[in-house]
Design a binder for this molecule. Structure first.
Ligand code: VGL
Ligand code: ZN
Length: 198
């Protein structure tokens, strides 16, 4: 069984000082680097939005960050502008061992659809290509770490479990946004999907 480490969105905008800062987001970098040597493959994901992305509150007149909007694919949290392609906020956090990455998967490029999961956009249909990459390399087990536990890690882990991967999430190497109970809901959802929380 080939086992990959999936490092979700360890980017400046999700760390203290960033546009959508996750408390303690920078604390996980050293531990993630140390874990990389234990895996046959390391894949990094990068939230990578065009300016004016539809998940940004600034694209919805009258709406503020963290309010909800109805999108064609369902309800969507509106975020502060973050991880805009090519900006310092979208760059990987300094110190993350990006040289060790076998592949970097970018997501959220489609202006009309957000993409929390590393596997599918938020319509749960449009693939990012990661499943094909992993399958063609014979990778069947995944350990996930990164930001944020309750959004991108959660959606990625649940999709991976549904796709048939053996999935573990290292909670000590993730940090959460925790919006209105979203962390508890995410932990319950991951357990239900068969994800192992370590
Ligand atoms: C994320 C909100 C918006 C994440 C990305 O990486 O968890 N959250 N975009
Ligand atoms: Zn985003």
């Amino acid at each position: 069984m080939t086992h990959a480490l999936i490092v979700i969105d360890v980017q400046n905008d999700f760390c203290p000082g960033g546009a959508l800062a996750v408390a303690g987001g920078d604390e996980i970098v050293t531990g993630i680097n140390a874990l990389m040597a234990d895996f046959a493959a390391v894949i990094l994901t990068q939230d990578w939005h065009p300016a004016g992305h539809s998940s940004f509150a600034s694209s919805h007149p009258g709406k503020a960050p963290f309010e909800m909007a109805d999108m064609h694919y369902g309800p969507q949290v509106l975020w502060p502008d973050h991880c805009v392609q090519g900006t310092p906020g979208a760059a990987f956090r300094d110190g993350l061992e990006t040289t060790r990455a076998d592949a970097i998967i970018r997501k959220g490029m489609n202006a009309a659809i957000d993409s929390y999961s590393a596997f599918f956009e938020n319509d749960h249909e449009t693939p990012t290509g990661l499943d094909g990459y992993l399958r063609t390399r014979g990778i069947s087990a995944l350990t996930m770490v990164g930001l944020a536990t309750d959004f991108c890690v959660n959606f990625s882990a649940v999709d991976a479990a549904r796709l048939g991967y053996d999935v573990s999430v290292r909670r000590d190497l993730c940090r959460a946004i925790d919006l209105d109970g979203s962390l508890d809901a995410a932990l319950a959802g991951m357990c239900e999907a068969g994800v192992t929380l370590v």
